[in-house]
Design a binder for this molecule. Structure first.
Ligand code: PEP
Ligand code: MN
Length: 298
């Protein structure tokens, strides 16, 4: 064991072929690292492939499942506009205990119905290890939110789940800590982890968080895992979501996660950052020529 110039504990194991980083050196996130796994991990969910550099996968939907009508209407809009995965929170991590906490089990049923009607795979957050079974029996992808990125007992249990995990970066998590969080899931037996940059806390208050777009090329260099970007939680204001989404595609992300609501002003959660249906369509239309230019499929 040695220490790199950045103070990172490393193992010299004679491996070679590191893409970026130090050739022949295995970082502490040994399974997430590209050193021994240079090829991109591709994660297949129904007919959607995430990672691998060709398709740009758009995950979209409301912050929270509020009613069957709200989710089903949004699911249709997401599908028609070319979104690939439907998002919707059933168990919501809210800053205040008095805020809407999500429909919970009822929300899972509504997500299952939306998938049945549209064919879109669904992603939803799991906060409590007690809910893993219920969430995994409905969702195609289980989300770990920013606030739980270092909930190691949750991560270890998700390592035993046979579903992909969408792991969001914490608002105070370094890239190395983020990769080590992914390592908990990988080393517990689940190789299907998708990383999501969703903004970090800085001194800046003009946006909800600061979208760390540089995390994308850094992560793509260090890890073979797919990397997507959530501009909605990063900026906290729908006006900046489309420009940052374009940026995410331009810097090489494997996809996006964006919040869409049929009526953002009435949303029970995160209305300010949610795109109206027409703006979501606009986002998809704006991404199409950029995707062509970059040789990506949308
Ligand atoms: C979410 O995606 O609904 C969410 C709560 O995001 P984050 O965990 O990134 O704050
Ligand atoms: Mn939200």
């Amino acid at each position: 064991m040695g220490l790199s110039s950045e103070g990172v504990g490393i193992l010299r194991d004679g491996a070679s072929g590191a893409k970026g980083g130090v050739e022949g050196v295995l970082p502490p996130y040994r399974l997430a690292s590209r050193v021994r796994h240079p090829e991109d991990t591709r994660i297949r969910v129904r007919d959607v492939e995430i990672g691998g550099g060709s398709r740009f996968v758009v995950f979209a939907g409301p912050c929270a499942v509020e009613t069957p009508d709200q989710l089903l209407a949004t699911a249709r809009i997401v599908k028609e506009a070319g979104g690939a995965v439907l998002r919707g929170g059933a168990y919501k991590p809210r800053t205040s205990p008095y805020s809407f906490q999500g429909l919970q089990d009822e929300g899972l049923k509504v997500l299952a119905e939306a998938r049945r009607l549209t064919g879109l795979p669904v992603v939803t957050e799991v906060m409590d290890p007690e809910d893993i079974e219920a969430v995994a029996s409905t969702a195609d992808i289980l989300q770990v939110g920013a606030r739980n990125v270092q909930n190691f007992s949750l991560l270890k249990k998700l390592g035993r789940v046979k579903r992909p995990i969408l792991l969001k970066r914490g608002m105070m998590t370094t890239i190395e800590e983020f990769l080590l969080a992914a390592e908990y899931i990988l080393s517990s037996g689940n190789p299907q982890v998708i990383l999501c940059e969703r903004g970090i806390r800085t001194f800046e208050t003009a946006t909800r968080n600061t979208l760390d777009l540089s995390a994308v090329p850094v992560l793509k260099e260090r890890t073979h895992l797919p990397v997507i970007v959530d501009p909605s939680h990063a900026v906290g204001n729908w006006r900046y979501v489309i420009p940052m989404a374009r940026g995410a595609m331009a810097v090489g992300a494997d996809g996006l996660m964006v919040e869409v609501h049929v009526c953002p002003q009435a949303a029970l959660c995160d209305g300010d950052q949610s795109l109206r249906p027409d703006r979501f369509r606009e986002l998809m239309e704006e991404l199409r020529p950029l995707a062509r230019l970059l040789g990506r499929e949308l």
